[in-house]
Write a protein that binds this ligand. Sequence first.
Ligand SMILES: Nc1ncnc2c1ncn2[C@@H]1O[C@H](COP(=O)(O)OP(=O)(O)OP(=O)(O)O)[C@@H](O)[C@H]1O
Length: 305
Amino acid sequence: MNVIEATGITKIYGSKTVVDNVDLKVKKGEIYGFLGRNGAGKSTFINIINGIIKPTSGSFKLLDEPNLKKVKHRIGVLPDYSTFYDSLTAIDHLKYYAKISGYKVSTEHCEYILKRVGLLEHAHKKAGKFSFGMKKKLGIAQAIIHNPDLIFLDEPTSGIDAESGLNIQKLIVNLQKEGKTIFMTSHNLHEVEKICTRIAIMKNGRILNEGTLEELRSHYMSSIHVDIKHSPFPQKELILKFLETVGRDIKTTENRTSLVVDSEEKIPLIIRAFTKHKIDIYRVNVHEPSLEEIFLNDNLDVVAK
Ligand SMILES: Nc1ncnc2c1ncn2[C@@H]1O[C@H](COP(=O)(O)OP(=O)(O)OP(=O)(O)O)[C@@H](O)[C@H]1O
């Protein structure tokens, strides 16, 4: 089942198209990472499918339901900025939020949720005394207090310390294991690479590409760096001639060869050729591009779908 299904979502402010004809599907149980530089249109898109902003055109369904009001109680949201009442404690906030959403929650349940986000020791502290990171955790607690099936997290780990960030990542993975679907934005590419099951890259309001990390890699990757440690070449010219047919940027020393190939299918061909020429292989290192390398590639438009 598609938990999120958006079709042709567009938002135009004046003469600026901020979200440009976005189609997007997210399946149940995914941790979907929504990536893009500042101003790409991510928050605007999330706000549209959460009913906060009206799209200029396009339609969407959440949890298989086009009428957002009918499923609102099954959705949790950490918005791009949360506001809290300075004089209310963390527990007060959770109870208040649950109440206005139509739930009654016990103090024990609030404490359990605060424990999950790493805020239990501050359960009775007033939000006015909270740091930015603590407010972020409280925002996440608020998003999950009512046990929603679909959770939107806009930059859940930005502005919090590294250890808390890792705890939030664990929490997100645990929520997924409990059967929830998570849609998150993040500027932390390492985090997205680590926990997201699918990723969409947005630029200037458009989805340039989406898929699993492997799919994105194979889409954007045309340069695989292969480095081989081996026994000395008996006939160097022969093997060099062969390598020129499968790769480029070939560099060799007596027992080391490196080259760049455009697909991983070339790697077994190289290994077979070495074996045929009675060259022993001790080690093969293959460098695949990280999400950061894919993401920072400014030529993304050129190769977009
Ligand atoms: N109410 C508005 N009126 C006019 N322009 C807006 C409005 N809201 C957002 N924008 C513009 O839309 C673009 C996309 O903004 P949005 O906040 O969706 O980006 P984002 O990808 O979430 O960025 P960030 O990573 O910085 O949060 C930006 O250029 C922003 O200035």
